[in-house]
Design a protein around this ligand. Structure first.
Ligand SMILES: [Zn+2]
Length: 402
């Protein structure tokens, strides 16, 4: 008699046994087709704000509900991380793990953020933002090297946990190394900031394109591009930021803890030694309410020509990125990372490169907005392409190397 109410529906299940996955405190309400969860991740390995998992057992045409709670995990006596870091206005989802789309806007319900989606597939990946793991970085670097005779799939180093750190190396033509501008672009010193890797990817895609300015840049510079610095926390779904003993972007000291920083310092030191550390860019995602912006050292810490060159580069980059369509909100006011910002401010990469670079070095951190409707793989990649075009425009104004 009740049979019509008991049609066998496959249970929803949560799967997180793959690279970059992170989820905790799972409770599935099979009747409501809804999943309670919070980010996984070990807080000793960084802010637990990143989440990424797969849901199996979805019926055709059904709508499922994600009920996200901020992580309650803590380090020592510290308070849990503010939930806002884990709660984008729109979650990200994908059927095939390649094309990433936003959900509709989530609704806040007390402590939880509620997202609904109708995947029309038996399985769906859901995440804080578009994932970008070491597998993605490897595939990207290899693909670009296959596509372009001017690009090489290289490795910065091996991580502490033994993972390769993929690096793209680009140069074209016969101009001798000593006469080339040195350009260093790195992303993901903070593992949860997945958008920054997509910005790096967009930079690399523009760089090997047929655009005449991209050709000029390849012919006049050598470019080092690292889409993921903290491969270990990225692979294991940990947040990275504020990891113990300190995160990658507080490790630029004379004795770095992380292999990636040791290797980067050595190569950047070589460029500095040759007077060719021209442009250093460190890519991040900012706070939940922030537009895109650059982080810089206070003006009174820099002397000429570094100060004017830095301002010129910021103007060129801002002019391009702020005019993008669809819009990626950007502030033309850089924020300052000096002594008042963090006790380890000298060990922040862009500060370290400024303070240890050449007199003409431009060294900046770009924070790309993550909580906007256009913070998608396309939006991030467009930021990277515009940033690369700004690097070309800037270097074309500089005198040739003697
Ligand atoms: Zn960051």
């Amino acid at each position: 008699m009740q049979a019509s109410h008991c049609i066998a529906v496959e249970p929803l299940t949560v799967v997180s046994d793959f690279e970059g996955a992170s989820v905790g405190d799972i409770e599935i309400d099979q009747a409501a087709r809804s999943i309670n969860f919070m980010p996984g991740g070990d807080p000793e390995r960084g802010w637990p704000c990143w989440w990424y998992f797969r849901i199996d057992g979805i019926q055709p045409d059904e709508t499922i509900t994600l009920r996200l709670h901020g992580s309650t995990a803590t380090v020592g006596k510290q308070k849990p991380l503010s939930a806002s870091w884990a709660m984008p206005a729109r979650a990200t989802h994908s059927i095939d793990g390649e094309t990433w789309l936003h959900t509709d806007k989530g609704q806040r319900d007390g402590q939880r953020m509620i997202y609904t989606l109708k995947p029309d597939a038996a399985s769906v990946y859901v995440a804080w933002g578009p994932p970008y793991t070491p597998i993605t970085a490897n595939a990207f670097v290899r693909l670009i090297a296959e596509k372009s005779p001017h690009a090489e799939a290289a490795e910065l180093c091996r991580s502490r946990e033994g993972r390769g750190v993929p690096m793209l190396y680009v140069r074209e033509g016969e101009l001798e190394t000593q006469k080339r501008f040195g350009v260093w672009v790195q992303a993901r010193q903070h593992a949860w900031e997945s958008g920054s890797s997509w910005v790096a990817q967009g930079f690399g895609e523009w760089l090997i394109s047929d655009d005449a300015n991209a050709t000029w840049l390849r012919q006049h510079a050598e470019i080092f591009l690292i889409p993921i610095m903290d491969v270990d926390n990225t692979a294991t779904g940990n947040g990275g930021k504020n990891a113990v003993p300190h995160d990658h972007n507080r490790d630029w000291s004379p004795q770095p803890h992380w292999n990636e920083i040791m290797a980067a310092q050595r190569k950047i030191g070589d460029l500095v030694g040759e007077g060719r550390m021209d442009v250093f860019l460190d890519l991040h995602n900012p706070g939940p309410g922030d537009a895109s912006f650059f982080y810089v050292l206070p003006r009174d810490m820099l002397s000429e020509p570094m100060l004017s060159l830095r301002d010129r580069f910021i103007d060129l980059a801002y002019a391009r990125i702020s005019k993008m369509k669809p819009l990626i909100p950007m502030s033309n006011k850089p924020k300052v990372t000096g002594a008042n910002y963090h006790p380890l401010w000298r060990q922040i990469s862009s500060n370290w490169v400024s303070m240890n670079g050449n007199p003409h070095t431009v060294s900046l951190c770009l924070e790309t907005v993550w909580n906007s409707p256009n913070s998608t793989t396309e939006g991030y990649r467009a930021v990277g392409a515009n940033l690369a075009a700004a690097v070309q425009e800037y270097l074309a104004e500089r005198p040739a190397k003697p």
